[in-house]
Write a protein that binds this ligand. Structure first.
Ligand code: SF4
Length: 327
């Protein structure tokens, strides 16, 4: 592991000041991904600024439930307000990792975890995300877990977070503090698609720090869930996941939120499916039509064509579960 300096921040302003010291400074949350990346030589920070001592509150605000970035995943998933009003989020977090990892991982760190593309972690492989311009061994390699939506010839990786998929469905807002002040970014705009610069994964500028995520109120949030389809029942990343909330009035879909995981470089908000569903009867046929609309532009790689049908079927199954509609 490359030697690095370590500082522990006492406030977000302190953290941002400390992070100005070098261009290769990283913020450190629970370290459940970053430390692995450092051990593998994929991440080589020369300074870590530990932000786990910052505020870790979960508080109601006029804009919704504000979750500080240092809140541990376990605390968020077990919060009674989250379990009551946003059960899809609690389920996504529990599905995301082992209890030990959830106890360490923070909300901010979860949003910033890196892809689990095996070529990214293998310094003998070509990877544009690790070494810009090097090429991408996944495009013609073993790409079973890779993206079917929004990918580019430069990178076909997927984002690994379950929590972020649920937050995308909830219209969460990310608060970012930095050297030039504070700003709010919708979570659906926080992560980037790869384009020609897959090494740039978020809209964060140098030195900026995630300080909170706010969940706006969602009147039908109690009727929501998260389903993760994976190769084994635990400790595996999603092949496909679906976060959904639905409001059915008189047999018609009045409103719906849908987001997909395991299919793209970012949590994938299923706007096309949502538009196709609103105002339609809450039937299996409507659910299937919405799923078809969302996956219409999916592009399979050599090994992951199954994900397209898997995503469609999982969308339908989740909506059937939430509405009581049988296929
Ligand atoms: Fe690297 Fe992305 Fe290609 Fe994986 S898919 S090897 S992360 S460039």
């Amino acid at each position: 592991m490359t030697p690095f300096a370590y500082d522990r921040a006492g406030s977000s302003a302190d953290a941002i000041r400390l992070a100005q010291a070098t261009a290769a400074t990283h913020y450190l949350g629970g370290g459940t991904n970053l430390v692995d990346l450092m051990r593998e030589g994929v991440a080589t920070p020369d300074r870590l600024v530990d932000v786990t001592g910052l505020s870790a509150a979960i508080e109601p605000t006029p804009d919704g439930l504000r979750i500080d970035a240092a809140v541990r995943n376990t605390a968020l998933a077990s919060d009674p307000r989250v379990r009551r009003d946003y059960p899809l989020l609690a389920r996504a977090i529990v599905a995301g990792a082992s209890a030990q990892i959830r106890n360490m991982a923070t909300v901010g760190g979860n949003l910033l975890q890196r892809t689990r593309c095996a070529y990214f972690y293998d310094d003998a492989a070509a990877c544009n995300k690790r070494v810009p311009g090097a090429g991408c061994d996944a495009v013609d390699g073993f790409n079973r877990i890779h993206a079917i939506l929004g990918a580019s010839p430069a990178c076909v990786a997927t984002h690994p977070s379950d929590m972020a998929v649920a937050m995308a469905a909830l219209n969460a807002v990310v608060t970012i503090d930095g050297p030039d002040g504070s700003r709010d970014v919708p979570l659906t705009d926080f992560h980037r698609l790869p384009g020609g610069t897959p090494e740039i994964e978020t809209v964060l500028a140098r030195g900026e720090l995630i300080t909170a995520v706010t969940l706006p109120p969602l009147g039908f949030g109690a009727r929501s869930t998260y389903r993760k389809v994976r190769d084994r029942a635990s400790y595996a990343f999603a092949l496909v996941s679906v976060a959904a909330a639905v409001d059915v009035q008189g047999g018609t879909v009045a409103d719906v939120r849908l987001a997909l995981g395991g299919v793209a470089h970012k949590p994938w908000r299923a706007f096309a499916a949502e538009a196709a569903l609103r105002g339609q009867p809450a039937t299996a046929a409507s659910f299937r039509a919405a799923a078809e609309a969302e996956l219409a532009d999916a592009v399979p790689l050599r090994d992951n064509g199954f994900k397209i049908e898997l995503a469609k079927r999982t969308i339908v199954a989740v909506l059937e579960e939430l509405t009581g509609e049988a296929a």
